[in-house]
Structure formats: C-alpha cells, structure tokens
Write a protein that binds this ligand. Structure first.
Ligand code: SF4
Length: 373
C-alpha cells in the first residue's frame, strides 16, 4: 500500500468540479466542524469561501497560537549543487540549460556554513539539483556528516531516493525530507517534467512513503503554484497529507506554498494566485490540520510575509541564497529562483519580536500528541 492507491481513486476533473460548486452553506458548516477533514478543506479553498476569509483568518491564527505558541522557527537553505538530470521547464537548473555547474566540495561547504553560523542559523535545509551522477548518496552522506557538526537540525531537498538511502541519511542525523510533487495533475505532469527520473509521476508520488518507511522524523510536501489550478492541486496535497497522518501517525508533516517565480527559463505562470487567495489557502490547511507545520520562504515579499506568518506559519526562511556557494564564494552563480525578501536572519528576528513573536533558531520542541506515542 502507498499513496498511489488512494490517489488513483480520485479524478482531477471531478475534484475540480466539486471544489468550484461548493456553497456558502458548505463553508459555514466547515467553519463550525470541531473535527475537520478533507471535505471541509474543499469548502475552505473554494471560490465562495473568499468572502469568509476574515473568519478563517481569525480561527487560523487562534489555532496556530494554541498549538505552536507565538514562536517561529528560522532556517536557511544551503545549496550544495546545481547539477540536475531533469528537465523541468520552469527551472533554470534543468539539464539542457547551459549554465555554469557547481558541486561544492568539503572546504567550500564549510565556508558556506561559517557564514550561516555567523548569522545565527542552526537549522539548515540542504538542497541540490536532482543528479545521482554529481550528488549521490555517498556525497550527501559526507555533506551531512560535515554539516551536522555545525547545525542542530538538518533537512534535505534532493532527488527521490530508495528507502535504504533515506535510512542512511537518517542514521547520519537528517531530521526532515522535503519532496514536492509540483502538480498532482498526472495527465499534464510530463509537460512540465519531460526528462529524467522526475518525469516518472508515480515514483515521485510514492516517495513520501519511502521516506516514512525509513523512519525520517518529518516530511514536507508542496505543489508549485502556477502550473495547474491551484485549488485542485491543493486538494490533492491535502489528501496526501491526510494519508500520511493516517498511515504514519508518528511523523511530523509540513507544507510549503511556493509560487512560480522567474528563473532563467523565463516561463510565465499558467495560473496565478493573489495574496488574498494564498492566505485563504494557508488558512484552509491550518483549519483542517492543527498539527501541520507550515513554511513560507523568501520567494514571498517581505511585506506579505510580515502579514501572513501570523495565520498559520511555523517556520520562515531567512537570509536565503538559492545558488550553490551563494553565501560566501559564488555570489553571481545562477539562483534557482529569485529572492523577494532579502532581509538578514537578525532583521527577520527583529520583525518577529516587534510583532510579539519569538524567533526559534534551534530545533523545535513541538510535543507529539500522546495518542501518537
Ligand atoms: S526543479 Fe529541481 S528537479 Fe527540476 S530542473 Fe530544477 S533542480 Fe532539477
């Protein structure tokens, strides 16, 4: 059993039609449900729910503070390599884009680490393009061993791996793995992902099952907003999160909301989501998943992040560079995507303090509910 079976029971067009035919009564009923489910999620992301946004925001903020307090975890990405064997049409790192490729060696990784440590960062997300040829499990294991000496919490966002490879990363101290399906619209998936392992929709779809089976503590999901109808994609991501909760109840789950940003590909989003709609989406996840961790990256503008984080977000990236060597050595190498919020971690922490929130630099100490232990 994997997520493939429940996924295959659902039809994209049917879900789309159900979301777009939700009524005001459906939203009102969802707002009053004590134990919400994916049907309530469907109501919250529907167009008609936009007029209920004030109530959703209020409930969402209260639920978040109740569960997580007024605390936001800070983290930074550390790009190790921009080699990639895939051909995602929206990404400057795609295999056929003639950019200068870099894979950091140990000395170069340490130079990046020093900058992050100087900024106070203790929680790092290691990223690579997806290339087993240039950043295989041996390379990643060595990188994690190195990074572990300087950081308390380590997550990775790399190519999908086998269960044994994830177990190796766990034994080296990796706490979390992020894997984005980008879109759950299987019929269109290859249009965006025509080359490499990423073109295999189901292999990617089943990756969170392999991560969970390896005993990794936290799994992060997400879709790339801008490819397909964001509401329908969000419903499938919510379904995936629900499946993970039911199947692996001891696992921490997180969701991110990346909006398609300009990269060297120059591709324009097929669909857009307004700031207001993104808030609606965040609230929908929070209202239906009180324990879900939610992350907002520096893709978003400072002004929006300062407003949005109070409605459900549990972690913010800060001072990010999205290019390998970007902190200390190769500042002009190609960024994977443009940064909109260029503030330093200390400036983000000051903004949080100003809003009455505490910045958490270290590993979070969220309690796992008793019935999960
Ligand atoms: S999105 Fe990821 S997998 Fe796709 S080309 Fe970019 S780095 Fe490679």
């Amino acid at each position: 059993m994997s997520f493939r079976q429940p996924f295959d029971w659902h039809d994209w067009n049917d879900i789309y039609n159900r979301i777009y035919s939700q009524s005001a009564e459906d939203v009102e009923r969802a707002l009053h449900h004590p134990e919400r489910n994916v049907i309530d999620f469907m109501a919250f992301i529907s167009p008609v729910a936009e007029r209920y946004l004030p109530a959703m925001l209020e409930q969402s903020r209260a639920l978040t503070q109740q569960r997580f307090g007024k605390r936001i975890q800070l983290y930074a990405p550390l790009y190790l390599s921009n080699y990639c064997d895939n051909g995602c049409v929206y990404c400057g790192y795609r295999i056929d884009n003639p950019i200068k490729r870099i894979v950091l060696n140990s000395g170069q990784i340490v130079r990046e680490i020093r900058v992050l440590n100087d900024h106070g960062i203790r929680n790092v997300l290691l990223l690579t393009g997806e290339s087993k040829r240039h950043a295989d499990i041996e390379y990643l294991t060595e990188a994690v061993k190195l990074v572990r000496m300087y950081f308390n919490t380590i997550s990775v966002e790399v190519q999908p791996m086998t269960c044994d490879e994830y177990a190796t990363l766990k034994s080296e101290g990796v706490n979390g793995v992020y894997i984005y399906q980008e879109t759950y619209r299987r019929e269109h998936y290859r249009t965006y992902h025509p080359k490499g392992m990423k073109s295999h929709f189901y292999y990617r779809l089943e990756t969170p099952d392999r991560i969970a089976s390896a005993g990794i503590e936290k799994i992060g999901l997400g879709t790339l907003i801008g490819l397909e109808d964001w509401r329908t994609d969000a419903y499938f991501a919510a379904l995936h999160l629900h499946y993970l909760k039911e199947t692996y109840p001891y696992i921490r789950r997180s969701i991110s909301f990346p909006r398609l940003r300009p990269a060297e590909s120059g591709i324009q989003p097929n669909v857009t989501i307004s700031d207001k709609q993104l808030l609606q989406l965040m609230c929908a996840y929070r209202l239906c998943n009180p324990t879900l961790e939610m992350s907002l990256s520096t893709r978003e503008r400072a002004h929006f992040r300062d407003e949005a984080f109070t409605y459900g977000i549990t972690s913010l990236s800060a001072g990010s560079k999205t290019n390998p060597g970007g902190y200390a050595q190769f500042p002009s190498s190609l960024e994977q995507f443009e940064i909109s919020d260029n503030r330093s971690p200390k400036q983000i922490a000051a903004m949080l303090a100003h809003r009455g929130y505490e910045a958490i630099w270290d590993a979070p100490e969220y309690e796992i509910p008793h019935h999960f232990t």
